[in-house]
Design a protein around this ligand. Structure first.
Ligand code: HEC
Length: 149
């Protein structure tokens, strides 16, 4: 009886395992998407720009270069700080902490639009599809495009 159960377990594991392996590969492929793949639209960045002026520019400056207390959201310092992290992480931080005087006060859509504006300000390319919540965790921020592409 015990032997049969053990055998059954082995069979079940060997059946399930290849599926798990495939699932893992798919996840890794998703993670390899980067901000260089056109992950937001021009219209979205345009909307985000209006929101940025309203809610962020007071501290981070109209040109996003910040001031003595608020960090720059563009250029090398941005790429250095956020490189190899995902857009989802950046989104989470902004939603959780910004604007400092009323964190989390904007809608998720507005935070995404502002993120699109920040991406455009960093000269990352626009694309056909807006930045949505479903894939945001899989998009990697990198300073340079993937040399293999
Ligand atoms: C009242 C001033 C103020 C406003 C308004 C403001 N910020 Fe900030 N922001 C700061 C300061 C100060 C810091 C650095 C300290 C910190 O991280 O809390 C910062 C940090 C950040 C960071 C880096 C966070 C990190 O984890 O390193 C990002 C990104 C950011 N702000 C984006 C935004 C966006 C987007 C908006 C508009 C929705 C915004 N901020 C509005 C003052 C402000």
């Amino acid at each position: 009886m015990r032997l049969t159960a053990g055998l059954l377990l082995v069979i079940v594991i060997s059946l399930v395992h290849p599926v798990t392996a495939r699932g893992l590969q798919a996840t890794q492929a998703d993670v390899q998407r980067t901000v260089w793949d056109g992950v937001y639209t021009e219209a979205q960045a345009e909307r985000g720009g209006v929101q940025y002026t309203e809610s962020c520019a007071g501290c981070h400056a109209p040109d996003l270069r910040g001031n003595t207390t608020s960090p720059s959201l563009v250029g090398l310092s941005f790429a250095f700080l956020w490189g190899e992290r995902t857009l989802g992480e950046l989104f989470g931080r902004i939603q959780e902490l910004m604007p400092t005087n009323r964190p989390g006060s904007l809608s998720a859509q507005t935070y995404r639009d502002i993120l699109a504006f920040i991406l455009r300000s960093n000269s990352y390319p626009t694309g056909e599809q807006e930045l949505e919540s479903d894939r945001i965790d899989q998009i990697l921020i990198t300073a340079e495009p993937d040399p293999q592409q």
